[in-house]
Write a protein of this length. Structure first.
Length: 427
């Protein structure tokens, strides 16, 4: 048994994972991103400065922690090195502390191009992706033709694999999208260049984690996106292309499923969603707009407005039950300060027999059933002790525990570390 732990989102992303991972990083010897790519946008506030990370683990500013990127992550080298350069002045010894698996698949320029062309085309479902090439990169991985970091270390191997990929993509680009051909030489040169740059950062992340655990050290696994965007467990097809639920940790980091440890599921006190797809509790009136304004609900990666809705305990409970989630972290509770009544969805009326197919997560033919909680109408911002919360806020937290059938171990009342209440000191 290990004492590892995981922090990941149980909704449609942007639950506040970055803040919580940064806050808890002191309790870990290493933090590991294990899926997704630079579609993620994780916000941390360090010494009053706002930092948005896309690929690097949110522990990166903690000098004592190793930062790991496991093989389940798809890497854009442009984005990675841009991020490293930006964070270097405040993340000391980053080149010694950052370790990346050579088994990671690389996002290529043609992945970004195809993502963009598909999203623009009338022949495909518009998903509202981040246009970062994430879906096409994972498609190549599953199709067993991905260029992995290791492939960039040998010119002949890279050339063979890239030739195969480029002829495949050129056929598709020219004949389906009427697009010009890709420049093989340019793409090859870029890959070789990045292979060289990546070499000093490469490590067998899976063995590294096992080695740390053998020494009794703790690893924190940081999820990107949220379980409702998981390709198998989310609102398919309006999902991302990886397993962002706890099920993805073991395969993405390269560890045994029993070594994941304690799983902290981060949920916002309401829900948000960026892009297309069903959201049964979406609020279409001025309350939704006010939550969005007060919560600063604008995408950290794309700057798109986030749709807002009431807390949906039905979807969260389904994810909890099917993913061995240990406890909840309830974030952004302060955003609801202004409300006199707060709704929680505790059930669905399934129409047209759709309940029989609930596992498909279509969530189209459902009518949410709500309970109402009394609002507190006073500022919670920055409160860091449970006892200092007003009775209505305490009752709201208890209600979330009751309807989700899981303890709330952490509460977040503001974007920086100060506004954090830890109710289980064993984390
Ligand atoms: P992530 O993708 O899950 O890391 O979340 P994002 O960083 O995309 O979005 C969360 C936003 O809410 C960021 O702007 C955070 O600074 C902010 N935030 C995090 N926790 C809290 C909180 O408890 N209260 C408030 N008001 N803001 C928070
Ligand atoms: P973090 O880690 C919120 C959404 C996109 C789109 C869908 C597919 O910050 O919580 P993709 O580019 O992944 O193929 O897009 O997934 N999406 C996110 N939404 N937070 C994220 O990450 C997201 N990453 C992807 O908006 O609906
Ligand atoms: Mg985000």
């Amino acid at each position: 048994m290990t004492n590892n732990f995981a922090v990941l989102g149980l909704q449609w992303g942007d639950e506040g994972k970055g803040k919580i991972v940064n806050f808890l990083s002191d309790r870990a010897n290493a933090a590991c991103r294990y899926q997704g790519g630079h579609n993620a946008g994780h916000t941390l506030i360090i010494n009053g400065e706002k930092i948005v990370l896309h690929l690097l683990p949110s522990s990166i500013c903690h000098e004592k922690a190793l930062s790991l990127i496991g093989k389940g992550v798809v890497i854009s080298c442009d984005a990675l090195f841009e991020e490293i350069e930006k964070i270097e002045p405040i993340a000391k010894n980053i080149h010694e502390r950052l370790k990346i698996s050579p088994a990671c698949s690389l996002i290529q320029p043609y992945h970004i191009l195809v993502d963009q062309l598909k999203e623009k085309s009338n022949s495909f479902n518009t998903i509202g992706t981040t246009l970062r090439g994430i879906g096409p990169a994972y498609e190549d991985k599953v199709a067993r033709r991905a260029i992995r970091i290791i492939d960039t270390l040998s010119e002949s191997k890279l050339e063979d694999k890239l030739k195969e990929n480029i002829s495949y993509y050129n056929f598709w680009l020219e004949n389906y999208f009427g697009h010009t051909k890709l420049d093989f030489q340019k793409i090859k040169d870029e890959n070789l260049h990045y292979g060289e740059k990546l070499t000093p950062l490469l490590a067998d992340v899976s063995s590294l984690i096992n080695g740390l655990n053998d020494q009794g050290k703790r690893v924190l696994f940081e999820g990107a996106q949220g379980a409702l965007l998981d390709v198998d467990q989310g609102t398919y097809p309006f999902v991302t292309s990886s397993n962002c639920s706890p099920a993805g940790i073991a395969s993405g980091a390269g560890i045994g499923p029993l070594d994941v440890g304690y799983i902290l599921g981060v949920v916002k006190a309401y829900v948000t969603r960026v892009g297309e797809g069903p959201m049964p509790t979406e609020i279409h009136d001025s309350i939704g707009a006010e939550i969005a304004t007060k919560g600063g609900e604008v995408g950290a990666t794309t700057g798109r407005p986030r749709r807002c809705g009431w807390f949906d305990a039905v979807t969260v409970k389904r994810i909890i039950k099917s993913n061995s989630v240990s406890a909840l972290c309830l974030t952004k509770i302060d955003v609801l300060d202004f409300l006199d009544t707060i709704k929680i969805c505790v059930g669905y009326d399934f129409k047209n027999g759709s309940g029989d197919y609930a596992e498909c997560m279509d969530l189209v033919d459902v009518e949410p059933k709500y309970i109402e909680c009394k609002g507190w109408q006073t500022s919670l911002k920055g409160i860091n002790e449970f006892d200092l919360l007003p009775p209505e806020a305490k009752a709201f937290v208890k209600k979330i525990e009751e309807v989700c059938e899981l303890p709330v171990d952490v509460i977040s009342t503001g974007p920086d570390d100060h506004g954090t209440i830890v109710l289980n000191e064993e984390i």
